[in-house]
Design a protein. Structure first.
Length: 244
């Protein structure tokens, strides 16, 4: 079991029984009842980002040609078409499963393992799905908002979904630790590089802004709808990102 995923699982099941840790426990009706603890973890994550992750992402973006960077992004998204296919089936979205499965097969073969997106020009449009969304379709409540060390913003439902998707993803199924860790590391850097341009949109209390942006984007994803609000520009800049 990959250690960070194990930590994620422990935290997700420990937090509901640890409400007394959070200074925000006096807001039982809030989506963020653990705000006090969440803010502390956010500060830790933000410090790590400023000193390590962001500089690495900026260096990655600087040295990588745009075409190569897009190819890596395409490869990562193609890997998760595998998850989208099975989650679409679990949701009864059979047309979506056809799209996700078709994209995976076409891009993996004709698209050189997914580095080139040949499916979209062929009319096979993306259909993203993850297990957090599957739980939402099955009627599982989202649960409170939680910030996890290293993994960032989640709801309890989307966090559990992320854990489930990890164990049904190609890197884990292949049972090759070196390849899996390499993939997850590149995925994290590529994601952070794609979000660099969105930083200027963050205003005011960064914690609240990012919390509300995440929750609204996650709700829109779970409901397969669009949230028209002040975060629309932020979402547009990060539209390729989901929390697998």
């Amino acid at each position: 079991m990959p250690l960070p995923r194990l930590i994620l699982l422990i935290l997700l099941f420990a937090l509901p029984s640890g409400l007394s840790w959070a200074e925000g426990q006096d807001k039982p009706g809030s989506i963020d009842p653990w705000e006090g603890l969440n803010r502390k973890i956010y500060v830790f994550n933000d410090t790590l980002d400023q000193w390590v992750v962001r500089p690495v992402a900026k260096g990655y973006k600087y040295v990588m040609p745009d075409l190569a960077e897009q190819g890596i992004t395409n490869f990562i998204l193609n890997i998760y078409e595998f998850n989208s296919f099975f989650n679409s089936l679990l949701q009864g979205e059979f047309v979506g499963a056809t799209h996700a499965g078709g994209r995976f097969l076409v891009n993996t073969t004709l698209g050189l393992l997914g580095f080139v997106d040949v499916a979209t020009p062929m009319g096979i449009t993306p259909f993203r799905a993850d297990f957090g969304q599957t739980l939402a379709v099955w009627g599982v409540d989202s649960g409170p908002y939680v910030v996890l060390p290293l993994f960032g913003p989640r709801t309890v439902r989307s966090g559990i979904g992320y854990f489930a998707d990890t164990y049904t993803s190609i890197p884990y199924i292949l049972n090759e630790n070196t390849w899996a860790w390499g993939f997850w590391s590149v995925e994290a850097v590529d994601l952070r590089a794609r979000l660099l341009d969105a930083e200027d949109l963050v205003t005011g209390d960064r914690y609240i802004f990012l919390r509300d942006a995440y929750l609204q984007r996650r709700e829109a994803f779970d409901k397969r709808g669009k949230v028209q609000d002040s975060f629309s520009d932020f979402e547009k800049d990060s539209e390729d990102w989901e929390d697998f």
